[in-house]
Design a protein around this ligand. Structure first.
Ligand SMILES: C[S@@+](CC[C@H](N)C(=O)[O-])C[C@H]1O[C@@H](n2cnc3c(N)ncnc32)[C@H](O)[C@@H]1O
Length: 231
């Protein structure tokens, strides 16, 4: 019999914010896939989930480098999916660990595309922005408001986005921090934003004032609320 493929969201920092369903799978699973952007870099998802894993669990590190060329990216995804399929063919159950939620900007979705022939179960995780909103006791959306989630790039038109949306989650904000800082200042939105880095981890940082923030780590998200925050 072929093995089953699991995609497991482990949240973004606090291991207590992993679902009970995920924990039950992690305790029993024999093989875990840990995506790495750079070979040997280690895995944030593993650090979060490790206390739930059994001692015999085997780690499969797969490299997904952050490169620009789409064709090369697709080739790497296909190769990595093939490696996973070899374990599944032998009857092993394999869990792909993802930070936050597996269906939100996650590498898991890209390999899943090539593994649909197998039995698959995806376990939702708490996204970075849900975690941040609860951590700070701020509602993400209320009443008839809208919410837009943006993966920031060098081309993000911040002014247009601020104009068109009530609430915005800016992910991967480290890619264009200087531009968003100047747009926030220009539009007088200094009191409408919060920036959180490493939410739920020991090195968590929360900034309501961007004035002195020059650089942020990759694991940083900015939330904009046009209606402002509670005082
Ligand atoms: C590849 S995406 C992963 C998103 C993840 N699947 C989720 O559900 O949030 C990486 C981005 O998620 C956000 N992120 C992940 N972990 C975070 C954390 N602990 N604190 C703040 N933002 C985080 C940052 O915007 C980061 O650039």
């Amino acid at each position: 019999m072929k093995g089953k493929f699991f995609g497991i969201g482990v949240g973004v920092g606090d291991p207590d914010l992993i679902s009970y369903k995920a924990v039950k799978i992690l305790e029993k699973i024999d093989y875990i896939v840990l995506p790495e952007a750079v070979k040997g870099e280690g895995s944030v998802a593993f650090e979060i989930a490790k206390k739930f894993l059994n001692e015999k669990v085997q780690k499969i590190f797969l490299e997904f480098p952050m490169i620009k060329e789409l064709e090369k990216k697709i080739e790497i995804r296909k190769n990595n999916a093939k490696i996973i399929s070899e374990y599944l063919e032998k009857g092993n159950n394999v869990a792909f660990l993802t930070i936050g939620d597996p269906m939100t900007y996650s590498t898991y979705s890209y390999v899943l595309e090539y593994l649909k022939a197998y039995e698959v179960e995806t376990i939702a995780g708490i996204t970075s922005f849900s975690c941040i909103a609860s951590r700070l006791n701020i509602p993400l959306v209320l009443g008839n408001e809208d919410l837009k989630i943006i993966s920031v790039s060098k081309d993000t038109d911040f002014q247009k986005e601020f104009e068109n949306n009530d609430n915005i989650v800016f992910m991967k904000i480290s890619r264009n921090l200087d531009k968003i800082k100047s747009e926030i200042k220009k539009l007088n939105y200094e009191k409408n934003i919060v920036l959180v880095s490493n939410c739920g981890k020991e090195n968590e940082e929360i900034h309501y004032d961007l004035g002195k923030v020059e650089e942020v780590p990759y694991f940083s998200t900015l939330i904009f609320k046009k209606g402002g925050f509670y005082e």
